[in-house]
Design a protein around this ligand. Structure first.
Ligand SMILES: Cc1ncc(COP(=O)(O)O)c(C=O)c1O
Length: 402
């Protein structure tokens, strides 16, 4: 790490000593690196001499992104992956053997839920779900002698649950196991989980870091022994590496991350305040609201509340559909963290793998609508929501009063 402050690191770290130098990090669109002679190849492969070997686990452009992310998350090292899900899969492969267990909150992205519940089960691994993650006692009760790590997504998608990171880190330390945090929603610009005791931080780089829905990516930030183990082990066998062009796009994203997150946060707060007072809205999940149960905890751990939120309407699934289909500025898609505001219906799309019973346990009813607030003018976003909500109010006048 350079020792500079966050915004300077986000623009410079990892690129220093790049040769030949250039303002924009070059895209090394190559899978292999010719050697001067056999001795040089052998030395690079044993690590006796610096150099690159094969694009599935090392590439100069991707390396700049990895070093910058490690600097921002304050870890020894990082390894970039082809997607956020690939990062989570590699962690599982690194730490788990058949017969092992791990503990996770059930407030996770639907793909993560599917991987833990179905994908890992196929490999003989058991997830012990914590279904009341606000209670530290339930986390402690879920840990067994077979538990290999504790995993949490904070804030979570789409319910915006916020975990007590220092308390979970303490629990993991008591059992001498790693504490892993998915920091996708905050990004390191708003929350650095290692400051609260996390050992490993992962991201879907696809979201706010990349920032405009143009490229898939993931990253694992952690201690040297874990990152080296993944690079020399499961990354070689499984191969879900980040493409050099996607690393370049993600580096560009990092250069403006702090500025974008400020605007994401202020726009989101304005929208959440509008929704909170709307007669058709039952509840709003946005920890930036002072009425939110996670507000104080969030203030201790985060420097901003990001822009993912969800709200439950008074009405039916059909009313939720009327609102989603009626939005004109907001884009209906299964994504988050982009410059464009996105509306999603999690129960039928991103989280459908959970099934009705698990959706209920995770607090995702069919009347819940998720918003990822973008960088547009906040007044246009509020006006868009106002006209879409009015469609339900005019169709069923009684709903507004109930
Ligand atoms: C919090 C979180 N983690 C991980 C992922 C998976 O990331 P990717 O889509 O890049 O595989 C997502 C995707 O929506 C997510 O929201």
């Amino acid at each position: 790490m350079s020792g500079h402050r966050f915004d300077t690191r986000a623009i410079h770290d990892g690129h220093e000593n790049f040769s030949p130098d250039s303002m924009s990090t070059p895209i090394y669109q190559s899978v292999a690196y010719p050697y001067f002679d056999a001795k040089e190849a052998a030395e690079i492969f044993t690590g006796a001499r610096p150099g690159y070997t094969y694009g599935r686990w090392d590439n100069p452009t991707v390396e700049v992104f990895e070093k910058r992310m490690a600097a921002l998350e304050q870890t020894d090292a990082a390894i970039a992956t082809g997607s956020g899900m690939a990062a989570i899969l590699l962690l599982g492969h690194q730490f788990l053997e058949p017969g092992d267990e791990f503990v996770s909150s059930n407030r996770v992205y639907g793909g993560t839920f599917g991987l833990f519940d179905t994908g890992f089960r196929k490999m003989g691994i058991k997830v012990n779900w914590v279904t009341t993650p606000e209670s530290l006692g339930t986390w402690a009760a879920a840990v067994t002698p077979k538990t290999k790590f504790i995993y949490v997504e904070s804030p979570s998608n789409p319910g915006l649950f916020i975990a007590d990171l220092p308390a979970l880190s303490q629990l993991a330390k008591q059992h001498n196991i790693p504490f892993i945090v998915d920091n996708t929603i905050c990004t390191p610009a708003l929350q650095q989980p290692t400051s609260f005791g996390a050992d490993i931080v992962i991201h879907s780089v696809t979201k706010y870091i990349s920032g405009n829905a143009s490229s898939l990516g993931g990253i694992i930030c952690g201690p040297n022994e874990v990152i080296d183990g993944i690079r020399g082990g499961c990354m070689r066998y499984l191969g879900p590496s980040m493409a050099p062009f996607n690393a370049w796009l993600s580096l560009n994203g990092l250069e403006t991350l702090s500025l974008r997150m400020e605007r994401h946060c202020s726009n989101a707060l304005a929208v959440a305040r509008f929704l909170e007072q709307h007669p058709l809205v039952e509840s709003v999940n946005y920890p930036g609201l002072s009425s939110n149960p996670y507000h104080e905890l969030g203030e201790r751990q985060m420097s901003g509340f990001s822009s993912l939120m969800s709200f439950v309407i008074k009405g039916t699934y059909d009313d939720a559909v009327t609102i989603i289909d009626g939005l004109k500025v907001m884009i209906h898609a299964t994504h988050l963290g982009a410059a464009k505001t996105i509306v999603t219906h999690p129960a039928s799309t991103t989280h459908s793998a959970m099934g009705p019973a698990e959706l209920k346990k995770a607090g995702i009813p069919p009347t819940l609508i998720r918003l990822s607030i973008g960088l547009e003018d906040e007044a246009d976003l509020i006006a868009d929501l106002e006209q879409a909500l009015a469609r339900v109010q005019s169709a069923t006048p009684a709903a507004a009063g109930t």
